[in-house]
Design a protein around this ligand. Structure first.
Ligand code: GDP
Ligand code: ZN
Length: 291
């Protein structure tokens, strides 16, 4: 039987197969192969006890992908959630997240929640800033359900790692996504025991047989790793069209005169928010090189 590891705790692997979660031991094959099973791994299992839902993982199937932070296999995309307001989004953190995902070659969705609170049309500003960054921007409300169909569509058939600072409504959105699916399919058992344990283990949550959500813990300390300051501009996709206007080759777009990127910012063709985030990150990468 085929299954997917949705959780791993203390030598046990919880494997979802045909809508049932089996508690499994992994046999010695993994030690031999020197491969540690990860949450998200597709596996073969043998059922030892159908009523107690016990089994053995007998084979680890090839991985499509492997993330290091968080450690999870076969993720298709990442989604980062911010609130349009309460709390106000930290867009520098958003840029860091986008860079980190791009470094791991993972497509990213940007989701702004709490649009029901958006009285000053804040969303439009954020949309404008991020429309050219290469990642789609979604607007939703866990409170009144706005945008949820579009969001669900983008998650269907995929495994998505979901991240966001606390208070943005990540739990509300995830519960909504799982709850509605669970109601549709009439099977509440698909809802994994979120929050029952005092220690939260990273786990995959199942929307349907093909669609999983991975709740990524910890978001506050996003440090962009292994990046030279000269490489940073490549992560700002919208700069690309204007770099050929820079007078100096290898222009940093920070201090040089006659810079096409700075010109485009002045003319409103590149978002000032994005440019300022770039300058701040550039400064950090430059300072890091000194010691
Ligand atoms: P998390 O920390 O990101 O998991 O956020 P929670 O899901 O716990 O939500 C934080 C607070 O925001 C709670 O009081 C929620 O009721 C509220 N909240 C979540 N989504 C929305 C939304 O779309 N609109 C409004 N107005 N409040 C929301
Ligand atoms: Zn330049």
């Amino acid at each position: 039987m085929h299954g997917k590891i949705v959780k791993g705790i203390a030598g046990f692997y919880y494997v979802n197969a045909d809508g049932i979660t089996y508690e499994c031991k992994a046999k010695g094959v993994f030690r031999k192969d020197n491969r540690k099973p990860l949450v998200g791994d597709d596996v073969e299992l043998e059922v030892l006890d159908e009523t107690k839902m016990l089994g053995n993982v007998t084979k680890l199937l090839p991985r499509k992908s492997e993330l290091i932070r968080p450690a999870v296999a076969n993720v298709d995309q990442a989604m980062v959630i911010f609130a349009v307001t309460s709390p106000a989004p930290n867009l520098n953190l958003l840029d860091r997240f986008l860079i980190m995902m791009e470094q791991q070659k993972l497509p990213c969705l940007i989701c702004f929640n709490k649009v029901d609170l958006d009285e000053g049309n804040l969303l439009e500003g954020y949309r404008k800033a991020y429309e050219a960054c290469g990642s789609p921007v979604l607007a939703v409300s866990a409170k009144d359900g706005r945008g949820m169909d579009e969001l669900r569509e983008l998650l269907m058939g995929k495994t998505t790692t979901v991240a966001g600072p606390s208070g943005v409504g990540k739990s509300s959105l995830i519960n909504l996504l799982l709850g509605e699916t669970a109601m549709e399919t009439g099977s509440l058992s698909r809802k994994i025991d979120r929050g029952k344990h005092t220690t939260r283990h990273s786990q995959l949550m199942q929307m349907d047989d093909q669609s999983y959500i991975f709740d990524t813990p910890g978001f506050s300390s996003l440090e962009v790793m292994h990046l030279e300051k000269e490489e940073l501009a490549a992560y700002y996709e919208e700069f690309g069209a204007y770099e050929k206007e820079c007078r100096f080759g290898g222009c940093s777009h920070v201090t040089e005169p006659s810079c096409g990127v700075k010109q485009a910012v002045a003319e409103g063709k590149i978002s000032r928010i994005r440019y300022e985030n770039y300058c701040q990150l550039y400064g950090e990468l430059k300072a890091r090189k000194k010691y």
